[in-house]
Design a protein around this ligand. Structure first.
Ligand code: RIB
Ligand code: CA
Length: 306
């Protein structure tokens, strides 16, 4: 039985793990990617936009791309070019993008898309939440047509950018606070699952054999510093896409999450997992993932793209 295609908007900062996530989402039969919006994060927004246009062109998809914020709401951008390379997608020489970005800002494009949709849209931010926070602040009426936010970000335990904070919520903690206070249902796919859901040599050697697409990914994997080909590659953003189509891969818990805004834990997502301090919840947090099933899911979805 073919499921109804789920309308989604992906907010992204490619980023090599973003590239894998976008590739699966753009080609998945159950997902209707209505819009891609870009934001500063892994690298600057000019590069994340160019990278998104290159991917849309590579897969010959007619999906609109809109460029978003070039810096966090209040603080300076700290990128992670050391993980993804200076271009943000080092390792593969993509053909020049044929697609062009819309001439409106990502926030305007999201507002238009959401308000004109006949069914509620799922927002899938896999980057800092700057665009999302501005959308909800400038156009609160969009909330009524947003089904939920399924985000890669945050952590219930250690961080990957400071001791406690994951990169996406670290980059723009003020935006993260606005989003978690919005009242919109949120699924937080954080480091607790994304740092364990590795692509090992078993998977990357299979992917390498998938023709032009496999060659592209394997070339990127050789430059990606979110792990390594030898120790396993962390597919952070891909986990958010997996949640959309296969939520049963995940173990989740309803909780209340607050954001630390400054100090040594700035950007940390502080979860009241025992609900000692709150009498209501604002997020579904992912605690665990079926790693072998996830690995199989990634390989089979990339193989289908060919
Ligand atoms: O912490 C991992 C997240 O930060 C991923 O979205 C990765 O692409 C980077 O943006
Ligand atoms: Ca990302």
């Amino acid at each position: 039985m073919i499921k109804e295609k789920r309308p989604i908007i992906i907010d992204t900062d490619p980023g090599i793990d973003d590239a894998v996530a976008l590739s699966i989402a753009l080609n998945h039969p159950e997902l209707d990617v209505q819009l891609l919006t870009t934001v500063a994060g892994n690298v600057n927004v000019h590069k994340t936009t160019e990278n998104t246009l290159k991917l849309v062109s590579f897969f010959e998809k007619q999906v609109p791309v809109a460029k978003g914020c070039d810096k966090p709401l209040l603080i300076q951008l700290e990128d992670s070019a050391e993980i993804h390379g200076e271009s943000g997608m080092d390792g593969y020489d993509f053909p020049k993008a044929t697609a062009k970005a819309l001439d409106i800002h990502a926030v305007e494009a999201m507002k238009d898309c959401i308000l004109s949709s006949s069914e509620p849209i799922t927002l899938v931010p896999i980057a800092a939440l700057t665009n999302i926070a501005l959308l909800l602040s400038m156009y609160p009426e969009t909330k009524q047509n947003i089904k939920e936010i399924v985000m890669m970000g945050g952590s219930l335990s250690r961080g990957n950018t400071n001791t406690s904070a994951e990169f996406n919520t670290y980059v723009d903690p003020h935006a993260a606070q606005i989003v978690f206070q919005s009242g919109i249902p949120i699924v937080m796919v954080g480091l607790d699952v994304t740092s364990t859901a590795l692509l090992t040599k078993n998977e990357t050697e299979k992917i390498k054999a998938f023709g032009k697409v496999g060659n592209m990914f394997y070339s990127l994997f050789q430059h990606y510093r979110g792990g390594s080909l030898q120790t396993g590659l962390k597919m952070h953003d891909v986990c958010a896409i997996a949640y959309l189509t296969d939520p049963d891969l995940f173990t989740v818990q309803e909780t209340f999450i607050e954001i630390a805004l400054d100090g040594p834990a700035a950007g940390a997502t502080v979860a009241d997992l025992k609900m000692k301090y709150h009498d209501s919840t604002n997020a579904t947090a992912c605690l665990d993932i079926d790693i072998p099933a996830f690995q199989k899911w990634v390989v089979s979805n990339l193989e289908k793209i060919n």
